[in-house]
Design a protein around this ligand. Sequence first.
Ligand code: GUN
Ligand code: ZN
Length: 442
Amino acid sequence: MKTSHATLLTPDRAIRAAILHCIDAPGNGAVEDQVQYFEDGMLLVERGRVSEVGEAGRLLPRLDSSVPVDDQRGYLLVPGFVDTHVHYPQTDIIAAHGKRLLEWLENYAWPAEAAFAEPEVCAATAEFFISELLRNGTTTACVFGSVHMESVDQLMQVARRLRLRLIAGKVLMDRNCPEAMREPWQAGIESSAELIARWHGQERLAYALTPRFAPTCSPKQLAATGQLLDSRPGLYLQSHMAETLAECRWVAELFPQAPSYLHVYDDAGLVGERSIFAHCIHIDDRDRSGLAAAGAAIAFCPTSNLFLGSGLFDYRAARDAKVRVGLGTDIGAGTRFGIPATAGEAYKVAKLSGQVLDPLEAFYLATLGGARALRLDGEIGNFAAGKEADCVLLDYNATPLLARRTASTDDLAERLFALMMLGDDRSVAATYVLGEKVYVRS
Ligand code: GUN
Ligand code: ZN
């Protein structure tokens, strides 16, 4: 930190608010030990990164008078939310009524994604999608494009302009899908390699190889994807696994030699530290151990799982098996862009399985847990010094009902829980990327 005087701090800016962030995963002890909370806190930002966080009463006397202080007392400042699984070309089919996964794909997802052959559709949807992320406080996302290269180009361009941290990739499908979106596996691999060369490691962007799921990818395509995954450090792999029983039966027919769904991906070299599999509802303890041993992550997508009627994700079993878990909206099978609301639905899914998800643990999943699932916890996820200053200002008084409910308690976990259950994009007062406000609620 620059110092104009031995004892004075001169960050670029400071934000004063109630501040909450996770310092570690909720362990076996009190969850409260894993979070830091400052009722009257201050976050100091220098060159887009956190330089210090603490009580305003301790930091203010050390702050040079020239430092601009963004006074947001009355609001709660938290790290930007992490969405570990979302499809941007499905933005326009949210709330498509009636079907379960495989019929939903045929009836809604594929026709919607076919439209991304048009660059203008990609560009307009990318703009809307990213502005929707920001109005919901999401500052990092792991995103599926469509099969079209242009879908990724347009999304990455918007993210780069806004300096957003984003992982994305074009979908790979070489069978069991409409002809317009099917491509020979070699073509999909070549396009992916081209996109990797163009985008992977550019500023805050990274590439994810994106075989849609085993039914739409031949063994050759999966194996070639595994080889490409090893071609550059830091590449990600995103796919779906064991979302519905019908899908699992189909995979067993298509890959009769594989002892389990996970083996299909593992045999192709797709299960590693930067692999994120959405759903994983219908898996057993052996596959959970396999995921944990490989260091792979599960994207828990409760609104999608409830909406499509796919099943109840066993969060406790994943946690006990020490699998990394993050929250995913899975738009457009998911129904909320907001990660806090998604955490609220995760609570309900856990409830239906006889489990109780603690509000502070849900908050962990929304922030540091998501960052760990994406292997980005060295950069984001909390306010440790040196991390990128992506943050969200939450408003307990966003709606009359939320205000009334939160006024009835001083308990932090209760207030946080009310935000998850009752809040939506109206409870996001502002979103900051690298310490700069990029969204302010009107
Ligand atoms: N499985 C394969 N593709 C998809 C998709 O687009 N959405 C969901 N929810 N599951 C899938
Ligand atoms: Zn999905």
